[in-house]
Design a protein around this ligand. Structure first.
Ligand SMILES: Nc1ncnc2c1ncn2[C@@H]1O[C@H](COP(=O)(O)OP(=O)(O)OP(=O)(O)O)[C@@H](O)[C@H]1O
Ligand SMILES: [Mg+2]
Length: 503
């Protein structure tokens, strides 16, 4: 395979009044992993969508191996050897791995039916591209990391020479991210060009050859990864040196219980009991698929309870058969806000008011809503800060900020936050973390589902661990070590439920 050279020359893209990409130039070379960084809304996804033919440039042009090309649609980019994997996977969950690959298989015409698409040949590819995966497995049952590998396999099946990955590590556990880093390195060794959009400098350290940083639609910095220290990358991104992390608030002893969970069963969640006190930050850890997301869904009203009950300040919050209405006192930050927490075609203003509208439907006046939207938009720096824009047009990170801005309005007495900093840039991550610490300092009960153990241990007071749908450990976060938590996460330290013993 001849190594590809993809040149983006002076690309511009504007969406009505918003300039997403402005005179951006970038060279992407075979044999190299290029990490593309930049703050939320900087234009990373849009620039790569231009390279993939999903969006047409207003100005500038693209060259492949010194020949000018024009992409009217992704199919043109695919034909030219470019593939892209999005954060929202495109696999069909109810089909098998083999069937999903067959849908991407370029040679057999679709009307031959999927059985005719040479399962043997597909399986051979699969064994090479995603070793150890059963071709007959139902895709929806596989872990996120494996599904992502299948997405990459799909791109490679179409004979891509340049693979673009949009924030692939945001959804992965540290172990899965390690596997992805190895995969990406191997691809570069085999001559592929890889672009990895990310907010994590750890990704840069683990697998990048080169770093490019975008800011306000332009590529503002580029360097070999070895020459780009973390602080320099952050400075390129936001123009200032990074602020030090805030400390966790000291917790007063004997504060009352605010959020109380008893005997909760919901889907994979089995018999969970948990109390979160006023002013307390409780972190929930677990390897992916241990039931954390289902627990967060049950608490935030996205998943019905099979048994048990949840109370907030002594009032019933969730119970089996009880309709899950939004509750002003509970800030609910779900894992996949684009899917579960916004109305994409409605304005930022309406989305910010959704909870209030659900509670008080008579209070709808557009001008007033737009006026009320300004403060939360400014507080979390949602960009562009126009209350009238449809929420669905926001970049990934800005959409996350919008949901957080809505949920933390008013004075919630409890927060259930599922991966709240996923997809956020360094500045926004610090902002959201500080907001949660401040809430706790003011007496809010905070339940924080997170994937970064170091982060959880640094900011929470207690850390509970889920394994196989149950809470298996309840540790003091001031003294617990990542190794200790890791052992509980892996299920190798099953002991009597410490919470039940205490109760
Ligand atoms: N289809 C669209 N319609 C209107 N505006 C859009 C559209 N797509 C992107 N934008 C705007 O273009 C800008 C750049 O968005 P983009 O998604 O490229 O950012 P990003 O760097 O990928 O950010 P993030 O890190 O949050 O994913 C944002 O201001 C966004 O609101
Ligand atoms: Mg993006």
């Amino acid at each position: 395979m001849a190594p590809v050279e993809l040149r983006l020359n002076g690309l511009c893209k504007r969406f009505r009044d918003v300039v997403a990409v402005h005179d951006a130039s970038l060279v992407i070379r075979g044999g190299e992993v290029l990490a593309l960084l930049g703050e939320n809304g900087a234009g990373k996804s849009t620039l790569m969508r231009l390279a993939y033919g999903m969006v047409r440039p207003d100005a500038g042009h693209i060259e492949i191996d010194a020949r000018r090309v024009r992409f009217d649609a992704p199919r043109d980019a695919v034909a030219a050897g470019i593939g892209m994997v999005f954060q929202q996977f495109s696999l069909i969950d109810t089909l098998s791995v083999r069937e999903n690959l067959a849908l991407a298989w370029p040679r057999a015409p679709w009307w031959l039916g999927r059985d005719a698409r040479r399962p043997g040949a597909l399986d051979a590819h699969l064994a090479r591209l995603v070793p150890g995966v059963d071709p007959r497995a139902r895709t929806g049952d596989l872990a996120v990391g494996v599904r992502q590998q299948i997405e990459i396999a799909k791109v490679l099946l179409r004979e891509a020479r340049c693979v673009i990955l949009d924030e692939p590590t945001a959804v992965l556990t540290p172990a899965e991210a390690g596997a992805l880093h190895a995969r990406v390195r191997a691809l570069a060794r085999d001559g592929f060009a890889v672009v990895l959009i990310t907010h994590k400098t750890a990704d840069v350290r683990a697998c990048a050859d080169r770093v490019a940083v975008m800011r306000a639609g332009r590529v503002v910095g580029e360097a070999p990864a070895a020459d780009a220290a973390d602080a320099r990358i952050v400075e390129w991104m936001v123009g200032v040196a990074p602020a030090p992390a805030a400390a966790r608030p000291a917790r007063a002893a004997d504060t009352p219980v605010r959020l109380s969970v008893r005997g909760l069963c919901a889907g994979p969640v089995r018999d969970v009991a948990l109390d979160v006190h006023a002013g307390e930050i409780v972190a929930v850890a677990g390897v992916s698929g241990s039931g954390q997301v289902a627990l967060a869904e049950a608490l935030t009203g996205l998943r019905p309870l099979d048994a048990g009950q949840v109370t907030l300040d002594g009032q019933a919050l969730r119970a089996p058969g009880r309709p899950a209405r939004p509750v002003a006192a509970l800030a609910a930050i779900p894992a996949d806000p684009r899917r579960t927490a916004i109305a994409p075609s409605r304005s930022l203003a309406v989305n910010l008011a959704l909870k209030r509208l659900a509670v008080q439907p008579w209070r709808v006046r557009r001008a007033a809503l737009e006026e009320q939207a300004r403060a939360p938009i400014a507080r979390f720096d949602v960009r562009p800060p126009d209350p009238r824009r449809p929420a669905g047009t926001l970049s990934g990170g800005n959409l996350q900020k919008l949901v957080i801005a809505r949920e933390l309005q008013g004075d919630p007495t409890a927060v259930v936050a599922c991966y709240p900093t996923m997809g956020l840039d360094v500045v926004a991550t610090a902002q959201v973390r500080d907001a949660m610490l401040t809430l706790a300092a003011n007496g809010c009960a905070v339940l924080w589902f997170g994937e970064d153990l170091d982060d959880l241990l640094a900011h929470a007071h207690r850390i509970v661990v889920m394994f196989d749908g149950r809470l298996v450990a309840d540790l003091d976060a001031h003294t617990a070590t990542p190794q200790q938590v890791g052992v509980w996460m892996s299920g190798h330290a099953i002991a009597p439920d410490p919470l039940r013993q205490a109760a």
